[in-house]
Write a protein that binds this ligand. Structure first.
Ligand code: ATP
Ligand code: MG
Length: 634
């Protein structure tokens, strides 16, 4: 691990030299004067005085060498459409879109809200904004009108860019009525709504004087050439709200130069994607993984990116592997949830495709349990790379960095701190560093590296008070996640600091209990929550999805499985972690980004209101929880 360690040490010992070297991975229109200005902690400004543009780096600079190379491959298993945009074509489309936005009065610093399904126009609109120096705020196209309205009021966009609708599992979801409703709810008045008509036949109605048809506007700018607006490095590129798992979405503001450098660097040092090679990230453009690794990272790197609209199991559970085979994908980036979905299917789907091009499967977003990691490794025969980060940071905090050194990985661990990150594990009450194998809050000693949030949108105070006020006596960034480091220096993320169950004075992470339940082969997935208990304070309650529904065929087989699960927990963790109830369900409530809505499950288990559910993937999951909670347990 010598090379990794040297690299990481160098990135902190001499930040200036390290990030000066990395800065050459992108084009600068005007060179920067200072690598880092940290005169106003905890605010870090990277590449001060330098002028650049993200869209230029993602498209224009590749035209000389990659005009005909695929830049973006759009695959929709919902509509059956597939289209390859070369760098030349994508550049032309982005220019047209930028001309449209410019015509609508959008210029540097203006906000554009993008509320889109997974269609190429989503990425095109993002790139058009960065081309103009406008700040995009992409709101995941699954949010309900009320959430959209809050985000409209927060960002105060001039233009809202949307589509008539999206599709999921063969069902059409009309977006336009949701947008109309959100705009009625919002205080802010924007000047135009641009709507992409996908031909889904949603019967959308355009409100005169406000709503405009994108195709009509675009046709006026067929040959448009819109120059890139050169921005000072610290000027904002975008606003992005966190997933809202804890119920408090925060408007993360990202800079321009630092972000572009961090992405360019990570594409090589972490994701090992060469220019010209293909990356397939299965996230959504509405989340940070989509911003960084569907749109900007691969394009800044001169690679090919795949934008996929559809489910992982439709038309069949082999669809992703078919895509890998067809487009010779070398690096894939997905989430543990998606892999658990595939794990429940017949393994034969995996074996049907030639996966020889694939080298890495990166997984992020939530804990990657060991059985799922093993399953993926055994069946895919590629390196499975758990990586840990947040909307706030924009790129990985903890990850193996095979582009630096291909150090061995351990299942269940996202390996080590990424270069540039000064990771600490701190005791929440004393602020002192935790020892080896001791649990602490995962924290980052500022300055945060390039790419990380520069502040919260229009709220410097909330930025400092939210993230830098956790530990007594020190201004250190808190991730609000628990972790520990083992004897070999590998990190293990143990869950969120607010996901702790206090059983008779013992503090147990929900994740520890979940891992123990999942050690039983019959369990595909599980959520454990703490439920108020008059004697013990709290007691753990498990909601488990079984691998094979046949194991619940009779009352006796169900009771037997429950008994085995409890025995497994006793063996793995000890009786202290033993759930007071194990409920079997067919699906768990998750956010659209695949994160468990633990706070909602807990509320329901305690007979409270589940709270804000606008980001929920499938409301039927809550119905099931309600049902099993009401049923007597054998
Ligand atoms: P909010 O902050 O609004 O409640 P959120 O934290 O779910 O939402 P994100 O920024 O999308 O929003 O998610 C980051 C969080 O996801 C991390 O803080 C961590 O809890 C979890 N996470 C991400 N990757 C991993 C991983 N590899 N292992 C364990 N947990 C992870
Ligand atoms: Mg968070």
């Amino acid at each position: 691990m010598g090379r990794y360690q040297d690299h990481h040490r160098a990135s902190l010992a001499d930040r200036e030299s390290f990030w000066r070297r990395e800065s050459t991975l992108i084009d600068w229109q005007r060179p920067f004067d200072t690598v880092l200005d940290y005169s106003r902690p905890p605010f870090a400004r990277w590449y001060v005085g330098g002028h650049t543009n993200i869209c230029h780096n993602a498209l224009d600079r590749h035209l000389a060498t990659r005009r005909d190379q695929a830049a973006l491959i759009y695959i929709s298993t919902e509509t059956g459409r597939e289209r390859i945009y070369s760098y030349g074509e994508l550049h032309a489309e982005v220019n047209r879109c930028a001309a449209v936005l410019r015509e609508l009065g959008v210029g540097p610093g203006d906000r554009v809200l993008i509320y889109m399904p997974m269609v190429p126009e989503a990425a095109i609109a993002m790139l058009a904004c960065t081309r103009l120096g406008a700040i995009h705020s992409v709101v995941f196209g699954g949010f309900a009108p009320a959430s959209l309205a809050t985000r409209i009021d927060d960002a105060q966009p001039k233009v809202l860019f949307t589509a008539e609708g999206g599709m999921r599992g063969g069902r059409t979801i009309a977006y336009k009525p949701l947008v109309d409703e959100a705009l009625d709810l919002a205080q802010h008045r924007l000047s135009s709504v641009v709507v992409v008509d996908r031909g889904l036949g949603t019967g959308m109605r355009l409100r005169p004087g406000r709503d405009l048809d994108y195709a009509t506007l675009r046709a006026r700018h067929e040959r448009a050439a819109v120059p890139c607006a050169w921005l000072e490095s610290s000027e904002p590129s975008y606003i992005l709200y966190t997933s809202g798992t804890t119920g408090k979405p925060k408007g993360v503001q990202r800079d321009t130069g630092g972000y572009a450098v961090a992405l360019a660097s990570s594409m090589r040092s972490i994701f090992c994607v060469a220019p010209g090679a293909t990356m397939f990230t299965t996230s959504d453009v509405g989340w940070v993984v989509g911003h960084s690794y569907i749109v900007y990272g691969p394009l800044i790197n001169g690679s090919t990116t795949i934008l996929y609209e559809g489910l992982p199991i439709r038309p069949d559970p082999g669809i992703w592997w078919q895509i890998v085979e067809k487009y010779r994908v070398c690096t894939m980036f997905s989430s543990p949830t998606a892999i658990r979905v595939l794990k429940k299917q017949d393994d034969a789907y995996l074996k049907r495709h030639d996966l020889s091009s694939l080298r890495y499967l990166f997984l992020a977003g939530e804990p990657l349990d060991e059985p799922t990691a093993h399953w993926a490794a055994d069946n895919l025969g590629v390196a499975i790379v758990d990586n840990y980060w947040q909307t706030e940071t924009g790129w990985p905090i903890l990850s193996a960095q095979p582009g630096v050194e291909d150090a061995p990985r351990k299942f269940g661990s996202p390996s080590f701190p990424v270069y540039g990150y000064d990771v600490r594990l701190l005791n929440a009450t004393s602020g002192e560093e935790a020892g080896v194998n001791e649990k602490g809050v995962l924290a980052l000693e500022p300055p945060l590296p390039p790419g990380c949030m520069s502040t919260l949108w229009r709220d410097d105070r909330r930025f400092v008070e939210t993230y830098f006020a956790t530990f007594p006596g020190r201004q250190t960034y808190s991730t609000f996640d628990w972790a520990l480091k083992d004897d070999d220096g590998y990190y293990f993320v143990l869950g969120r600091t607010d996901d702790v169950i206090n059983v008779a004075g013992h503090r147990l992470g929900t994740r520890e209990i979940e891992e123990a339940v999942q050690a039983h082969k019959g369990i595909a997935e599980v959520a454990v929550v703490g439920v108020a208990d008059p004697i013990k304070g709290q007691s753990p309650v498990a909601f488990a999805v079984v691998r094979d529904i046949a194991s619940l065929a009779t009352a006796a087989s169900t009771a037997q499985l429950r008994e085995e699960v409890l025995k497994t927990v006793d063996r793995e963790l000890g009786a202290i972690g033993r759930p007071s109830a194990v409920h079997f369900v067919t699906l768990l409530p998750k956010t659209r980004s695949g994160k468990l809505l633990r706070r909602s499950i807990q509320a329901m288990a305690e007979g409270r209101d589940p709270g804000d559910l606008t980001t929920i993937e499938d409301p039927a999951a809550l119905e099931e929880i309600r049902r099993v909670l009401a049923a007597p347990q054998g």
